[in-house]
Design a protein around this ligand. Structure first.
Ligand code: OGA
Ligand code: NI
Length: 360
């Protein structure tokens, strides 16, 4: 039965959503206190109390000889589940142009950007605040422009003109980097370098362009709540504000949050749940989050989630057959992409991790 409080919350969520201008709209309106729908029950531990070299996310120079790149990317994916790459071949000017274009979209006048606001992903392009607004216990201080770039691209006319050229160009370059990384990570597993690409893992791409406005009470909320990424691999471009943190388990069962420091020109790479499964637990999909922005300036990031493009009901995903043997039994059963994503979207908040649903 709904309590009066939850009724109020439902109404407040609806009002916020129907304004169609996101968290940025609240900031424009001049809010000085955090609205109740964003208030998290438990204050967040913002920074890791410890710091040591084993607690910083590895930075890998992709211009080193290939065998070194394979070793470094593989070690980072086994251990941290996260790393940064530099000398990845994407022109640095495109990195900054892409971030500026996304910032410009989110800073369009309210009446212009609200025309793109929708929770429907039908057209492949939508702007909204909090993908899980009606499902989560507390909203996060973030707005997002999302584009489904593959297996089929949206009609370019649907992409906001202010960032259209940049995001299409960004997608092309991200595919190139994704191909390189999947090659390195496949080789590190001892399978054919083309295995992940052959499994269509470069084809299904979702690009999310996040905007984290300055938050009036950052201790009371979050930018993105703790989660793992469901797909194969994520390539993320972040600006210089910071706030992304990765969970790191220490010996003795304790875990700490480690900052993913902004590095000029770098891209942040992380293993998703599906790659953890396909690698039969060789690579780790690790929890991460973004703190609510305590800066004066907004934070912008652009993440591309790589997923398989082949989604037929006769195409099964699971541990790569080459990795399974009598000594190394599969940790997961096989499933279709539809079953995988259906489980992802129906998963209750705070329930088991996605990978656990497919464990033997
Ligand atoms: C995500 C994510 C991190 C960021 O979109 O899944 O983890 O820095 N984003 O925006
Ligand atoms: Ni993520």
């Amino acid at each position: 039965m709904a309590s009066p409080e939850s009724f109020d919350r439902a109404a407040a969520l609806k009002e916020f959503d129907e304004a169609k201008t996101g968290v940025r709209g609240l900031v424009e309106y001049g809010v000085t206190a955090l609205p109740a729908i964003f208030r998290h029950p438990i204050p967040r531990l913002r920074h890791s109390p410890l710091s040591s070299p084993i607690l910083s996310v590895p930075i890998i120079d992709l211009s080193v000889p290939r065998s070194s790149a394979v070793a470094l990317a593989t070690a980072a994916s086994r251990d941290f589940g996260f790393f940064q790459v530099v000398n990845h071949g994407i022109p640095l000017s495109l990195l900054s142009r892409t971030l500026s274009a996304v910032r410009s979209f989110h800073e369009l006048p309210p009446s212009v950007r609200s025309a793109f606001y929708s929770r429907s992903t039908k057209t492949g392009v939508n702007y909204s605040s909090n993908v899980d607004l009606y499902r989560s216990t507390a909203a996060s201080w973030r707005d997002t422009l999302q584009m489904v770039m593959g297996p089929t691209r949206p009609d370019p006319e649907r992409i906001p003109p202010v960032c259209r050229a940049e995001l299409l160009e960004w997608d092309e370059h991200v595919v190139t980097v994704g191909r390189v990384l999947m090659g390195l990570l496949a080789e590190g597993l001892g399978v054919d370098a083309g295995s992940l690409e052959e499994a269509t893992c470069l084809e299904g791409r979702v690009m999310v362009c996040h905007y984290y406005p300055p938050c009036p009470e950052p201790e009371m909320t979050t930018g993105i709540a703790e989660h793992t990424d469901p797909g194969v691999l994520t390539v993320l471009l972040q600006d210089d504000i910071g706030g992304l943190q990765v969970k790191r388990d220490l010996e003795g069962g304790e875990s700490v949050w480690v900052d993913v420091q902004p590095v000029p020109g770098a891209l942040v790479i992380n293993v998703g749940d599906l790659l953890q499964i396909m690698s039969n637990n060789e690579y780790k999909s690790v929890e991460h989050r973004v703190l609510a922005n305590s800066n004066q300036k907004p934070r912008v990031s652009v993440a591309t989630f790589f997923n398989p493009g082949d989604r037929g009901d006769s195409k099964f995903y699971g541990p790569l057959p080459e990795l399974v043997s009598a000594d190394k039994p599969p940790h997961y059963r096989n499933f279709t992409y539809e079953e995988f994503m259906g489980t992802f979207f129906s998963k209750q908040l705070l329930s088991r991790r996605l990978v656990d649903h497919f464990k033997f």
